[in-house]
Design a protein around this ligand. Structure first.
Ligand code: HEM
Length: 207
């Protein structure tokens, strides 16, 4: 008999997430190629320096649109609750893999929620600073001072977003049984009960 499974993401959510993941990785690689000559070789992925420069901002528009659609659907499940704050106190013991009785949390834990809200800030910030520096389309509407500031903020936001996504990918791999949520759309009942008990109870009641 196969282990019981619980649906977690619809095909639409998964397709949306993978568009976000692919565009983000393309942006990180092409952005690094624009950032410093040491990374210029990375521009080969998009067909060389010229195409790298042309395509990078357009891919940014796709990321903004796809992330906005995803974030609007997930926002309600990412509201931080009292149970999340309580759960956070156990984090050092969770990371040391010590046995603990945890408060019952919903669909996401507080780490996932922090990631979510930091991306809600960083992705629009990257987009709007990107618009200010986008030549030949928009940059001519802005002062040199503002363009310089936008370049700085764009690079800093990109650094933080890349750091956040490295942690996100590492956690997704490290928490056994999570990847299938984004590949097949389901998780095992044991995974749901263990990591997100309040969500598991909610899903079980509605089935
Ligand atoms: C290859 C890269 C990636 C992998 C392997 C990956 C994996 C995953 C997995 C397994 C989940 C489900 C977690 C769960 O339901 O508990 C998830 C959720 C999510 N992913 Fe990714 N992801 C990747 C890239 C990205 C990128 C680039 C972004 C955004 C820029 C992103 C944003 C999110 C968000 C917002 C969620 C929902 C979690 C929440 O709302 O707190 N992911 N990802």
């Amino acid at each position: 008999m196969s282990a019981p499974i619980v649906p977690r993401y619809s095909p639409r959510d998964r397709a949306n997430h993978w568009v976000i993941a692919i565009t983000f990785i393309l942006l990180a690689i092409s952005g690094l190629a624009l950032f410093h000559p040491a990374f210029f070789f990375l521009s080969n992925l998009l067909g060389g320096g010229t195409w790298n420069r042309i395509l990078h901002p357009f891919i940014g528009v796709v990321l903004l649109l796809s992330f906005t659609a995803f974030a609007l659907r997930l926002a309600a499940d990412n509201r931080i609750t009292a149970a999340d704050r309580e759960w956070k106190k156990y984090l050092p013991r969770i990371l040391r893999n010590e046995p603990v009785t945890l408060p019952k949390i919903g669909k996401y834990n507080i780490g996932q929620k922090y990631l979510f809200w930091s991306l809600v800030v960083l992705i629009p910030l990257l987009f709007f600073t990107g618009i200010v520096i986008w030549q030949p389309w928009f940059a001519s509407y802005f002062s040199v001072g503002l363009i310089r500031l936008a370049v700085l903020v764009h690079a800093a936001a990109a650094f933080l977003a890349m750091l956040a996504i490295i942690v996100h990918i590492y956690s997704a791999i490290w928490t056994k049984g999570s990847i299938r949520a984004m590949t097949r759309g389901t998780v095992s009942a044991a995974w749901a009960k263990h990591h997100h008990p309040a969500w598991y109870e909610e899903v079980s009641r509605s089935r």
